[in-house]
Design a protein. Structure first.
Length: 320
Protein backbone atom coordinates (compact mmCIF):
# COMPACT_ATOMS: atom_id res chain seq x y z
CA UNK A 1 0.00 0.00 0.00
CA UNK A 2 2.80 2.44 0.81
CA UNK A 3 4.34 2.01 -2.65
CA UNK A 4 1.10 3.30 -4.19
CA UNK A 5 1.41 6.40 -2.00
CA UNK A 6 5.01 6.95 -3.11
CA UNK A 7 4.33 6.74 -6.83
CA UNK A 8 1.12 8.78 -6.57
CA UNK A 9 2.94 11.57 -4.79
CA UNK A 10 5.92 11.53 -7.17
CA UNK A 11 3.62 12.00 -10.16
CA UNK A 12 1.26 14.50 -8.55
CA UNK A 13 3.33 16.77 -6.29
CA UNK A 14 5.24 19.56 -8.09
CA UNK A 15 7.92 19.83 -5.39
CA UNK A 16 9.79 17.12 -3.52
CA UNK A 17 11.68 19.54 -1.31
CA UNK A 18 10.83 20.71 2.19
CA UNK A 19 7.63 22.65 2.67
CA UNK A 20 7.55 26.21 1.46
CA UNK A 21 4.56 28.40 0.71
CA UNK A 22 5.98 29.28 -2.73
CA UNK A 23 8.11 27.26 -5.13
CA UNK A 24 11.57 28.78 -5.46
CA UNK A 25 12.54 30.14 -8.86
CA UNK A 26 16.16 29.51 -9.83
CA UNK A 27 17.89 31.36 -12.67
CA UNK A 28 19.81 28.95 -14.93
CA UNK A 29 22.31 30.09 -17.52
CA UNK A 30 21.38 28.27 -20.73
CA UNK A 31 23.72 28.24 -23.73
CA UNK A 32 23.65 26.34 -27.02
CA UNK A 33 25.90 23.27 -26.97
CA UNK A 34 25.22 20.34 -29.29
CA UNK A 35 23.88 17.25 -27.49
CA UNK A 36 24.68 18.71 -24.06
CA UNK A 37 22.23 21.64 -24.02
CA UNK A 38 20.06 22.62 -27.00
CA UNK A 39 17.19 25.04 -27.54
CA UNK A 40 18.77 28.19 -26.12
CA UNK A 41 15.99 30.57 -27.08
CA UNK A 42 12.59 31.56 -25.77
CA UNK A 43 9.91 29.01 -26.73
CA UNK A 44 12.50 26.73 -28.39
CA UNK A 45 12.23 22.99 -27.80
CA UNK A 46 14.84 22.09 -25.22
CA UNK A 47 16.81 18.84 -25.26
CA UNK A 48 20.15 17.53 -24.09
CA UNK A 49 21.81 15.92 -21.11
CA UNK A 50 21.98 19.13 -19.05
CA UNK A 51 18.30 19.96 -19.65
CA UNK A 52 17.20 16.49 -18.53
CA UNK A 53 19.51 16.79 -15.54
CA UNK A 54 17.81 20.04 -14.46
CA UNK A 55 14.41 18.35 -14.70
CA UNK A 56 15.54 15.40 -12.61
CA UNK A 57 17.03 17.66 -9.93
CA UNK A 58 13.77 19.59 -9.66
CA UNK A 59 12.06 16.38 -8.54
CA UNK A 60 14.21 16.54 -5.41
CA UNK A 61 14.59 20.28 -4.89
CA UNK A 62 11.21 21.58 -6.06
CA UNK A 63 12.99 24.31 -8.04
CA UNK A 64 11.21 26.14 -10.83
CA UNK A 65 13.63 27.30 -13.52
CA UNK A 66 13.94 30.65 -15.23
CA UNK A 67 16.28 30.15 -18.18
CA UNK A 68 18.61 33.00 -19.02
CA UNK A 69 19.95 32.62 -22.58
CA UNK A 70 23.31 33.72 -23.87
CA UNK A 71 26.79 32.71 -24.91
CA UNK A 72 28.86 30.61 -22.55
CA UNK A 73 31.39 33.36 -21.77
CA UNK A 74 28.72 35.96 -21.05
CA UNK A 75 26.78 33.58 -18.83
CA UNK A 76 29.91 32.67 -16.87
CA UNK A 77 30.47 36.36 -16.13
CA UNK A 78 26.82 36.62 -15.03
CA UNK A 79 27.43 33.70 -12.66
CA UNK A 80 30.40 35.55 -11.16
CA UNK A 81 28.31 38.71 -10.82
CA UNK A 82 25.41 36.86 -9.16
CA UNK A 83 23.01 37.65 -12.02
CA UNK A 84 22.26 33.95 -12.54
CA UNK A 85 22.21 31.15 -9.97
CA UNK A 86 23.36 28.06 -11.88
CA UNK A 87 25.58 27.25 -14.86
CA UNK A 88 26.31 23.74 -16.12
CA UNK A 89 29.31 22.15 -17.76
CA UNK A 90 32.18 23.73 -15.83
CA UNK A 91 35.30 21.69 -15.18
CA UNK A 92 37.19 22.03 -11.91
CA UNK A 93 39.82 24.79 -11.96
CA UNK A 94 41.62 25.70 -8.77
CA UNK A 95 41.88 29.37 -9.70
CA UNK A 96 38.11 29.77 -9.77
CA UNK A 97 37.26 27.62 -6.74
CA UNK A 98 36.92 30.81 -4.65
CA UNK A 99 34.83 32.53 -7.32
CA UNK A 100 32.00 30.05 -7.83
CA UNK A 101 30.39 27.27 -5.81
CA UNK A 102 31.35 23.74 -6.80
CA UNK A 103 29.07 20.96 -5.51
CA UNK A 104 30.47 17.80 -3.93
CA UNK A 105 29.68 15.65 -6.97
CA UNK A 106 30.12 16.28 -10.71
CA UNK A 107 27.10 16.11 -12.98
CA UNK A 108 29.04 13.94 -15.41
CA UNK A 109 32.34 13.08 -17.07
CA UNK A 110 33.32 14.02 -20.59
CA UNK A 111 35.83 12.71 -23.10
CA UNK A 112 37.47 15.36 -25.28
CA UNK A 113 38.06 14.50 -28.93
CA UNK A 114 39.95 15.97 -31.88
CA UNK A 115 37.83 16.09 -35.03
CA UNK A 116 38.88 16.72 -38.63
CA UNK A 117 37.21 17.12 -41.99
CA UNK A 118 36.87 13.76 -43.76
CA UNK A 119 38.20 15.30 -46.95
CA UNK A 120 41.50 16.30 -45.28
CA UNK A 121 43.86 13.39 -45.96
CA UNK A 122 46.89 15.19 -44.50
CA UNK A 123 45.65 14.75 -40.93
CA UNK A 124 45.88 11.23 -39.53
CA UNK A 125 45.80 9.61 -36.11
CA UNK A 126 49.52 10.37 -35.83
CA UNK A 127 49.84 13.53 -33.66
CA UNK A 128 52.77 14.65 -35.78
CA UNK A 129 50.28 15.36 -38.59
CA UNK A 130 48.71 18.09 -36.42
CA UNK A 131 51.81 20.29 -36.63
CA UNK A 132 51.13 23.59 -38.38
CA UNK A 133 47.39 22.96 -38.33
CA UNK A 134 44.82 25.31 -36.80
CA UNK A 135 42.91 23.80 -33.88
CA UNK A 136 39.80 25.50 -32.51
CA UNK A 137 38.83 25.09 -28.86
CA UNK A 138 36.37 26.68 -26.44
CA UNK A 139 37.80 29.02 -23.79
CA UNK A 140 37.40 26.55 -20.94
CA UNK A 141 39.31 23.90 -19.01
CA UNK A 142 39.60 22.11 -22.35
CA UNK A 143 42.32 24.58 -23.39
CA UNK A 144 44.68 23.36 -20.66
CA UNK A 145 43.97 19.72 -21.49
CA UNK A 146 44.62 20.36 -25.19
CA UNK A 147 47.87 22.27 -24.62
CA UNK A 148 49.11 19.53 -22.31
CA UNK A 149 48.33 16.90 -24.95
CA UNK A 150 50.12 18.87 -27.68
CA UNK A 151 53.18 19.41 -25.45
CA UNK A 152 53.37 15.73 -24.53
CA UNK A 153 53.45 14.80 -28.23
CA UNK A 154 55.76 17.63 -29.31
CA UNK A 155 53.15 19.15 -31.63
CA UNK A 156 53.52 22.76 -32.78
CA UNK A 157 49.96 23.67 -33.78
CA UNK A 158 48.05 26.95 -33.98
CA UNK A 159 45.49 26.95 -31.16
CA UNK A 160 42.60 29.35 -31.68
CA UNK A 161 40.38 29.95 -28.64
CA UNK A 162 36.67 30.82 -28.95
CA UNK A 163 34.41 32.36 -26.34
CA UNK A 164 31.30 30.44 -27.31
CA UNK A 165 30.31 27.17 -28.92
CA UNK A 166 28.34 28.60 -31.84
CA UNK A 167 31.32 30.57 -33.19
CA UNK A 168 33.60 27.57 -32.70
CA UNK A 169 31.37 25.16 -34.63
CA UNK A 170 30.60 27.77 -37.31
CA UNK A 171 34.32 28.28 -37.92
CA UNK A 172 34.91 24.53 -38.23
CA UNK A 173 31.95 24.06 -40.58
CA UNK A 174 33.27 26.94 -42.73
CA UNK A 175 36.68 25.21 -42.98
CA UNK A 176 38.38 28.02 -41.08
CA UNK A 177 39.75 25.36 -38.72
CA UNK A 178 41.64 22.21 -39.61
CA UNK A 179 40.81 20.48 -36.34
CA UNK A 180 38.03 20.91 -33.81
CA UNK A 181 38.63 20.18 -30.12
CA UNK A 182 35.23 19.06 -28.90
CA UNK A 183 33.35 17.41 -26.09
CA UNK A 184 32.18 13.90 -26.91
CA UNK A 185 32.82 12.96 -30.52
CA UNK A 186 32.00 16.43 -31.92
CA UNK A 187 30.53 14.99 -35.14
CA UNK A 188 26.85 15.50 -34.33
CA UNK A 189 24.88 16.25 -37.53
CA UNK A 190 28.10 16.63 -39.53
CA UNK A 191 28.59 14.45 -42.59
CA UNK A 192 32.05 15.85 -43.36
CA UNK A 193 33.61 15.23 -39.95
CA UNK A 194 35.30 12.33 -38.24
CA UNK A 195 37.00 11.77 -34.91
CA UNK A 196 40.79 11.58 -35.05
CA UNK A 197 41.42 10.58 -31.46
CA UNK A 198 40.54 11.42 -27.84
CA UNK A 199 42.93 13.81 -26.11
CA UNK A 200 41.69 13.85 -22.52
CA UNK A 201 38.83 13.53 -20.08
CA UNK A 202 37.38 15.74 -17.39
CA UNK A 203 34.59 15.77 -14.83
CA UNK A 204 32.20 18.70 -15.20
CA UNK A 205 29.95 20.37 -12.65
CA UNK A 206 26.73 22.27 -12.24
CA UNK A 207 28.10 25.32 -10.47
CA UNK A 208 26.35 27.82 -8.22
CA UNK A 209 26.80 31.55 -7.75
CA UNK A 210 28.76 32.39 -4.61
CA UNK A 211 25.88 34.51 -3.35
CA UNK A 212 23.55 31.47 -3.33
CA UNK A 213 25.13 29.16 -0.77
CA UNK A 214 21.60 28.04 0.12
CA UNK A 215 21.18 26.54 -3.35
CA UNK A 216 24.54 24.78 -3.10
CA UNK A 217 23.39 22.91 0.00
CA UNK A 218 20.16 21.84 -1.72
CA UNK A 219 22.10 20.81 -4.83
CA UNK A 220 24.46 18.63 -2.79
CA UNK A 221 21.53 16.85 -1.15
CA UNK A 222 19.74 16.28 -4.47
CA UNK A 223 22.85 14.99 -6.24
CA UNK A 224 23.59 12.62 -3.36
CA UNK A 225 20.06 11.22 -3.61
CA UNK A 226 20.39 10.79 -7.37
CA UNK A 227 23.72 9.07 -6.91
CA UNK A 228 22.28 6.60 -4.39
CA UNK A 229 19.33 5.68 -6.58
CA UNK A 230 21.65 5.31 -9.56
CA UNK A 231 23.92 2.98 -7.58
CA UNK A 232 20.98 0.73 -6.71
CA UNK A 233 19.86 0.61 -10.33
CA UNK A 234 23.41 -0.12 -11.50
CA UNK A 235 23.72 -2.96 -9.00
CA UNK A 236 20.49 -4.48 -10.30
CA UNK A 237 21.65 -4.09 -13.91
CA UNK A 238 24.97 -5.75 -13.09
CA UNK A 239 23.13 -8.63 -11.50
CA UNK A 240 20.87 -8.98 -14.54
CA UNK A 241 23.89 -9.07 -16.83
CA UNK A 242 25.56 -11.74 -14.72
CA UNK A 243 22.35 -13.76 -14.66
CA UNK A 244 22.06 -13.52 -18.44
CA UNK A 245 25.61 -14.77 -18.86
CA UNK A 246 24.84 -17.70 -16.58
CA UNK A 247 21.66 -18.59 -18.49
CA UNK A 248 23.40 -18.24 -21.85
CA UNK A 249 25.97 -20.72 -20.64
CA UNK A 250 23.39 -23.44 -20.05
CA UNK A 251 23.78 -24.81 -23.58
CA UNK A 252 27.52 -25.09 -23.02
CA UNK A 253 28.17 -25.45 -19.34
CA UNK A 254 25.72 -24.69 -16.57
CA UNK A 255 27.18 -22.26 -14.03
CA UNK A 256 24.85 -22.51 -11.05
CA UNK A 257 27.02 -20.28 -8.88
CA UNK A 258 26.95 -17.59 -11.57
CA UNK A 259 23.16 -17.79 -11.86
CA UNK A 260 22.68 -17.62 -8.08
CA UNK A 261 25.11 -14.72 -7.80
CA UNK A 262 23.20 -12.83 -10.48
CA UNK A 263 19.88 -13.38 -8.73
CA UNK A 264 21.36 -12.20 -5.43
CA UNK A 265 22.68 -9.02 -7.00
CA UNK A 266 19.34 -8.24 -8.64
CA UNK A 267 17.56 -8.80 -5.35
CA UNK A 268 20.01 -6.62 -3.41
CA UNK A 269 19.89 -3.87 -6.01
CA UNK A 270 16.10 -3.78 -6.17
CA UNK A 271 15.87 -3.92 -2.38
CA UNK A 272 18.24 -0.97 -2.01
CA UNK A 273 16.37 1.03 -4.64
CA UNK A 274 13.04 0.20 -2.95
CA UNK A 275 14.33 1.33 0.46
CA UNK A 276 15.49 4.64 -1.01
CA UNK A 277 12.14 5.11 -2.78
CA UNK A 278 10.23 4.41 0.47
CA UNK A 279 12.43 6.85 2.41
CA UNK A 280 11.92 9.46 -0.31
CA UNK A 281 8.16 8.89 -0.16
CA UNK A 282 8.12 9.30 3.62
CA UNK A 283 10.06 12.55 3.35
CA UNK A 284 7.68 13.82 0.67
CA UNK A 285 4.61 12.92 2.71
CA UNK A 286 5.99 14.54 5.86
CA UNK A 287 6.76 17.69 3.89
CA UNK A 288 3.26 17.73 2.46
CA UNK A 289 1.68 17.32 5.88
CA UNK A 290 3.93 20.03 7.36
CA UNK A 291 3.00 22.39 4.55
CA UNK A 292 -0.73 21.77 4.76
CA UNK A 293 -1.20 21.05 8.47
CA UNK A 294 -2.83 24.38 9.05
CA UNK A 295 -5.29 23.99 6.16
CA UNK A 296 -8.94 24.00 7.27
CA UNK A 297 -10.33 22.07 4.30
CA UNK A 298 -9.38 20.20 1.15
CA UNK A 299 -9.56 23.29 -1.07
CA UNK A 300 -7.18 25.23 1.14
CA UNK A 301 -4.80 22.28 1.26
CA UNK A 302 -4.94 21.96 -2.54
CA UNK A 303 -4.15 25.65 -2.97
CA UNK A 304 -1.13 25.40 -0.66
CA UNK A 305 0.22 22.34 -2.51
CA UNK A 306 -0.53 23.59 -6.01
CA UNK A 307 -2.84 20.60 -6.71
CA UNK A 308 -6.48 20.07 -7.57
CA UNK A 309 -9.08 19.12 -4.97
CA UNK A 310 -9.41 15.67 -6.60
CA UNK A 311 -5.65 15.03 -6.34
CA UNK A 312 -5.66 15.91 -2.64
CA UNK A 313 -8.69 13.69 -2.03
CA UNK A 314 -6.94 10.74 -3.73
CA UNK A 315 -3.77 11.30 -1.69
CA UNK A 316 -5.72 11.35 1.56
CA UNK A 317 -7.70 8.26 0.52
CA UNK A 318 -4.58 6.25 -0.38
CA UNK A 319 -2.75 7.36 2.77
CA UNK A 320 -5.67 6.28 4.94
Amino acid sequence: MFFSVVFLMISAVPSLSSAEEEIETVKVGYYENEVFEEGAAENAIKTGYAYEYYRKLSEYTGWKYEYVYGEYGDLYQMLLDGEIDLLAGLAWKEERADLIGYPDLPMGNETYSLVKHISDDEITTNPASFSGKTIGVLDSAMVDVLNRYLDEHGVQAIVKVYNDYSDLYTAFDANELDILAAEGDGTSDRDDAEVICPFGTSAYFLCVSKVRSDLLSELNEAQAALNQLGAGAAQAADGAEQLTKGLNGISKKISLDQVISGIDKITDGLENAAKKAIKLGEDIWNSIMDSASYADDVSTMATRLGLTDDQVQRMIYVAD
